[in-house]
Design a protein around this ligand. Structure first.
Ligand SMILES: *Cc1c(COP(=O)(O)O)cnc(C)c1O
Length: 395
């Protein structure tokens, strides 16, 4: 008998998208122009409650442009998490700047306590510049990542950034739809709190355009610059357009109409996807209750006071109590057709970053050793969740 396969996180596309794609093909608008791009940007902006948004080829491209707009350049430093996907950190290097790695708190997002003590103890304010005392370089910005749809403690982080004159970029690639339900930023969606934010529509994200990204901000000047830089910094008066006048070294980063054709349709399903994610999360919670109460395998919670999009479900495996290590459990599930993954290898331990500075990292090490991410697709059925939980228990 063929074994039942349950994937980790796969797209959930409505077949009506074919009508949009057909329109692109019939009209010839398959590239970086066409009606779906503006429509998708507008739909996104209004969903997250801001005026405008700028599409990009990928989340990574969006992060690259945003960091450049926030003034990060060669020789600067940027404070980044070590527990995240590498694409949130690589743009620092694209710009010739250096990352300094920070630890996480129990939400898996950047720990504000350690962020603050790094700024206070390891750096000094000279005029309005924060200088790293070890390297002598200027610290320009912080990249905050809202891990797995959870939200970082932005109230604290924004206050620290203001005190030390740092720009903040939100890597909200995993957290589209998450927002603060209380506090200073009540009603603010992920990505719209800091100076700039970026979403991703890669195939494993909560909505997908195959590949793609979106840059958001409450500062229109930043968005105008993003729009300009993503079309090779091409000047836009009729005369300048005709004669290919480019004002800076820009990028070919604009989203394709073909991608946006998927995006406009996926936006209509986003809230429903979040509902499904929440429902399945509750099934996991219910099914794993006994294991969690005994501290064997626990489902990581989302922060209080937020509406999380519940993008990814992380289990914390206490190998001693459970009697099986994270890796043993992972391989056993995979053999049984259940796709699951550990959390990323910490970035400060990766070959290209092993010489970079890092600060008091310990929580991230523990989480990296014990987390297992389990199936969470928006077309996952409650029965499948029960099957996964049964398999976890059947050791
Ligand atoms: C997916 C992801 C990105 C990159 O997005 P792409 O669209 O794949 O380029 C960056 N950071 C994090 C945390 C991500 O999960």
């Amino acid at each position: 008998m063929e074994k039942k396969q349950i994937p980790l996180s796969v797209p959930n596309l409505d077949i009506e998208i074919v009508d949009n794609l057909r329109e692109c093909i019939e009209t010839g608008w398959v590239s970086t122009g066409g009606r779906f791009i503006a429509e998708f940007e507008q739909k996104m902006a209004s969903y997250v409650g801001i005026k405008d948004a700028v599409s990009a080829q990928s989340g990574t491209a969006g992060l690259h442009v945003a960091l450049r707009i926030l003034g990060v350049s060669a020789g600067d430093e940027v404070l980044v998490p070590t527990l995240t996907f590498v694409a949130g950190v690589n743009p620092v290097k694209y710009l010739g700047a250096e990352p300094v790695f920070m630890d996480c708190d129990d939400s898996l997002c950047m720990d504000p306590e350690k962020l603050e003590s790094f700024c206070a103890e390891e750096c000094a304010l000279e005029g309005n510049q924060l200088i790293n005392k070890v390297t002598g370089r200027t610290v320009k910005a912080i990249v905050v990542v809202h891990i797995f749809g959870n939200l970082a403690q932005m109230e604290r982080i924004m206050a620290i950034a203001a005190q030390y004159n740092l720009k903040v970029l939100e890597d909200a690639t995993e957290a589209l739809g998450s927002y603060y339900a209380e506090g200073k930023y009540q009603g603010y969606f992920s990505g719209t709190v800091a100076d700039m934010g970026v979403y991703s529509f890669n195939a494993n994200k909560i909505i997908t355009t195959g590949g793609g990204g979106m840059i958001v901000s409450r500062n229109q000047e930043y968005l105008d610059e993003a729009r300009y830089l993503t079309i090779t910094a091409k000047k836009t008066s009729a005369e300048e357009m005709l004669f290919f006048v480019h004002g800076e070294v820009g990028y070919n980063y604009r989203m394709l109409n073909l991608q946006a054709a998927l995006g406009v349709s996926q936006m209509d399903q986003l809230e429903q996807f979040i509902e499904t994610k929440k429902m399945n999360y509750r099934v996991y919670q219910e099914q794993l209750k006994d294991l969690a109460e005994d501290g064997l395998v626990s489902l990581l919670p989302f922060r209080e006071g937020i509406r999380a999009n519940h993008w990814f479900y992380s289990l914390y495996i206490d190998d001693k109590r459970f009697g099986e290590s994270r890796d043993e459990l992972m391989h056993r599930l995979i053999e049984n057709g259940i796709q699951c993954r550990p959390v990323w290898k910490l970035i400060h331990t990766l070959e290209p970053y092993k010489d970079a500075q890092h600060y008091k990292i310990d929580k991230a090490i523990d989480y990296a050793d014990h987390i297992l991410n389990v199936p969470c697709s928006t077309n996952l059925m409650a029965d499948e969740v029960r099957h996964v939980c049964q398999m976890i228990k059947n050791k």
